[in-house]
Design a protein around this ligand. Sequence first.
Ligand code: 5GP
Length: 199
Amino acid sequence: MEEGLLLVVSGPSGCGKGTIYKELLKRNGKINISISATTREAREGEIDGVDYFFINEEKFESMIKNNEFLEYAHVHTNYYGTPKSFVFDKIEKGNDVLLEIDVQGAMQIKEIYPKAIFIFILPPSMEELKNRIIKRGTESLENIEIRLNNANKELEYINEYDYVVVNDEVIKAVNKVESIIQAEKCKTERQIKNINNIL
Ligand code: 5GP
């Protein structure tokens, strides 16, 4: 069986990564979303075990010590990390997995699993990014500033990514991500078994 794809999606806060992957999931139920652990407070409407595993710093640090994360990073003002067990279990069974993580985490994945596919989501403009974060209404003024500052730092890593998708319209952006997935699956190196079967 061919291994599943590991898709790593990053982009500044407010660029719409969350909306894109939720729409992607609606269309393609076969993609598995890894649920991260975080020390950040749950936003209104977020559910523990669905959006994130919301845990305290003590628990997070004990998970780091016990080597339970595939990658983790301190983003904005909190810890975020990808629990190890889920990801490779799914990929080995031929299922695709999507990680929505920051650039620091993405660079760690690049070291551990260079075969992963790295997609960077950009907002149509930096002005629009600011408007979207403000409009979302989930962050304090201080947090908005932190997130906008981090956006500039994250952009410095854009050349490390295989693909860039501008999120001007969600449907168009999702179409592009789906095309990337399909093209990656058609790569000759991922078609060896199919080729042998056909021949
Ligand atoms: P938010 O607080 O808006 O949900 O997420 C803040 C940032 O943390 C986003 O850039 C998101 O991609 C990143 N993030 C979420 N989960 C993880 C994770 O497991 N690892 C890393 N490194 N970053 C994550």
